[in-house]
Design a protein around this ligand. Structure first.
Ligand SMILES: C[S@@+](CC[C@H](N)C(=O)[O-])C[C@H]1O[C@@H](n2cnc3c(N)ncnc32)[C@H](O)[C@@H]1O
Length: 667
């Protein structure tokens, strides 16, 4: 998705909102009021996107007021968490497609949603871009003169590709031209526009089934998101919860009664009795909730204090530091003093310990990742937690909703957080709630479990042809390649991208018995990211080593691949180890990162001979997997010409200036 710049809420700038008049028969308030009253927009959107929902649902939507389109990050696995969160916060939200929701009601609360990218008041929704363009053409937008230098800006964003899509460039140009004609000036291309408040921002959102055009009424600034960037915490925990999921859990737990969880309210608190490295505590703290935590492991408690303390200190708010105590959550009366806060527990929000990594009791997990078989493991905790709070939100490794219902938890619902059924969020809203939460999700728990079962079958079939890794590494003719993941990546996106490329390389290695691939410096965030999102525990045809590359291999055997090296590679030979830098960060482009790293360590650095054999190639900075494939192809006996013809990514063959803006990896 494209990035929305920070946008002040239209409602929060009344002077500006008053100055913005959308007509051509329409003004924004009238449009919203009319659509709100007639629910035409709901009909439009529901029809366009094929969202079901009868008269009753629409009547409810009408009652709840202004419809909004909410965009969240589109990673499918967290999408289910966001669906849950938005459903909890608006209680009338409907999912349109991955990462895009139609929400009614209290949009203000939704602005705390973990993955919220933008909030838009929809003006039109149509099933093709052309039809939408015709609608938008009828709009006339003016600004009254008392607002200083009003400007309009236009964004387009794609949450899912429309089957008969208009190209992004054409769509941008066509809508941009119309938007251009409205304002005192279009500032699409200017950097400083992003700093300006008095800008009316319009957006087109493309989805698999249609397009929505609307006024952007809110988009969180990337700066404000970065300020709470949990990825920068001092201590990482392999069993840690993903920050967005933690925030989604906290939001779901507090939705509808936020004030009761305020630090100032003094009457209720949120507890994570298995706090590990403190992710839930941090998430709740960022929302200003009274939160406390505990863990049976003294190491975990120390980690929580360090991690949460780091952010509290940065915010200069030592008085709001959440308590973390060393405690066995299963001990009788564990909740009596509400983990030291002396407040009644409003909600228990916890990523429960389970088989794979951590065990109940604080020990190491047994590595099991089986689905469905071990729900009984959770029984002692679920029993202990049931009466200790009104609401519960748990993350678990197996579905536990049925067990919770059987134990007497009320208004229980669950979603799968992973399309292969490896982690679940289960919500019990308690006796006083009017019903269980019904999020509209991309895949149901049952579907995830079915997929997991299918995967098991595949895995079993695969295990019949198991990779003989010892033989592979003992083969003197094997091509040795190492990937150096010692580099720091400065964004979640960059980490995810490196992990994804490492996963691609595993596929390359699976298909090529002659490749001995080692991931060096296998520690820290990339290893965590790979394990969490790409199941690196199952990568069976590569070696992982936590030592640096020059400790694993004799330095004189190492040939470090870098696009900035002076020397061009000629032969690829089995006596050497070819090291590819695991970097994918725009910020490091042009900084000679890998060549500097190699030179400082006294290693030979070379580049691929792209300049010599493909002089027309403008981009020489390739993805990790592309470099691995090129080395393997050359080693298999192909000439450089043949190798590049076959393996250079096709999109790299011609100049695409837009690509420059994206992250690339240093070979
Ligand atoms: C999945 S981890 C929690 C992760 C945490 N949310 C984070 O982001 O770091 C589960 C935690 O439960 C703790 N634990 C296990 N048994 C416990 C018990 N009986 N009482 C309290 N904590 C326990 C473990 O020590 C572990 O830190």
């Amino acid at each position: 998705m494209g990035r929305f710049p920070s946008t002040k809420s239209v409602e929060n700038t009344p002077a500006f909102a008053a100055a913005l008049d959308i007509h051509g028969g329409l003004d924004i308030d009238a449009v919203v009021a009319r659509w709100g009253a007639s629910a035409t927009i709901v009909d439009d959107i529901c029809a366009t996107f094929g969202v079901g929902g009868g008269g009753a649902a629409r009547a409810k939507a009408r009652e709840l007021g202004t419809p909004r389109v909410l965009l969240t990050h589109k990673n499918e696995n967290v999408y289910n968490a966001y669906a849950c969160e938005i459903a909890a916060m608006t209680r009338a939200s409907r999912s349109l497609c991955v990462g895009m929701f139609l929400a009614m009601g209290d949009a203000r609360a939704v602005r705390h949603a973990a993955g919220l990218r933008a909030e838009i008041v929809p003006l039109f929704a149509r099933d093709t871009a052309e039809a939408l363009l015709a609608d938008v053409e009828t709009l006339r937008v003016t600004f009254s003169s008392h607002v200083n230098a009003p400007e309009t800006a236009f964004f387009h964003d794609c949450v899912a590709r429309h089957p008969h899509r208009m190209s992004s460039d054409a769509l941008g140009a066509a809508f941009g031209r119309i938007v251009d004609s409205w304002g005192a000036g279009l500032s699409r291309a200017r950097g400083d526009e992003r700093q300006m408040e008095d800008v009316a921002r319009f957006a087109v959102i493309e989805s698999a089934r249609g397009y929505v055009f609307g006024l952007v009424s809110y988009a969180p600034s990337s700066l404000s998101l970065r300020a709470v960037d949990w990825a920068r915490k001092p201590q990482h925990f392999s069993a840690g919860t993903r920050a967005e999921i933690a925030l989604a859990c906290v939001n779901v737990a507090a939705a509808g009664c936020e004030a009761a969880f305020d630090v100032d309210s003094g009457s209720a608190a949120l507890i994570d009795p298995c706090c590990g490295s403190g992710t839930m505590l941090h998430a709740a703290w960022t929302r200003g909730f009274a939160v406390a935590g505990g863990d049976i492991s003294p190491g975990a408690v120390a980690m929580t204090k360090t991690n949460v303390g780091y952010f509290v200190a940065r915010a200069g708010q030592s008085s709001t530091m959440p308590r973390a105590v060393e405690r066995d959550a299963l001990e009788p009366n564990a909740f009596q003093d509400a983990y030291g806060s002396h407040k009644r527990v409003g909600a228990i929000v916890s990523n429960l310990p389970f088989g794979r990594r951590v065990a109940i009791g604080g020990g190491d997990g047994d590595g099991r990742a089986s689905v469905g078989a071990f729900a009984s493991e959770y029984a002692p905790m679920l029993t202990a937690f049931r009466d200790a709070a009104d609401r519960h939100v748990f993350i678990s490794g197996v579905p536990i909703a049925d067990d919770m219902r059987a134990m007497g938890y009320k208004n229980v619902s669950d979603v799968s957080l992973c399309r292969f059924g490896r982690s679940f969020m289960t919500i019990a809203l308690g006796e006083s709630a009017s019903g269980a939460l019904e999020p509209a999700t991309l895949f149901s728990v049952d579907e995830a479990l079915e997929r997991a079962a299918g995967k098991k079958e595949k895995k079993w079939q695969k295990s019949k042809s198991k990779v003989d890794i010892a033989a592979r590494f003992a083969n003197p003719n094997a091509l040795r390649i190492a990937i150096d993941v010692s580099y720091e990546q400065d964004s979640t996106r960059a980490r995810r991208s490196v992990a994804k490329q490492l996963c691609e390389c595993v596929g390359v290695s699976h298909r090529n018995d002659n490749l001995a691939l080692t991931y060096c410096a296998w520690r820290g965030p990339i290893a965590e990211e790979s394990r969490e999102y790409f199941f690196s525990d199952r990568w069976d045809c590569i070696k992982k080593d936590d030592r640096d590359v020059e400790e694993v291999f004799a330095p004189e055997d190492i040939v470090y691949m870098s696009p900035d090296a002076d020397e061009a590679l000629d032969e690829v030979d089995a006596s050497k180890v070819y090291v590819v830098g695991g970097i994918v960060d725009l910020a490091t482009r042009g900084m000679r990162t890998s060549v500097t790293r190699a030179t400082n360590a006294g290693l030979r650095a070379v580049r691929l001979p792209i300049r010599e054999f493909k002089p027309e190639q403008t981009h020489t900075v390739l993805n990790i997997d592309a470099v691995v494939k090129i080395l393997a192809a050359r080693r298999s006996g192909l000439s450089w010409d043949e190798t590049f013809e076959r393996e250079l990514p096709k999109r790299q063959k011609k100049e695409r200036p837009k690509r420059e803006k994206r992250e690339r990896v240093v070979e």
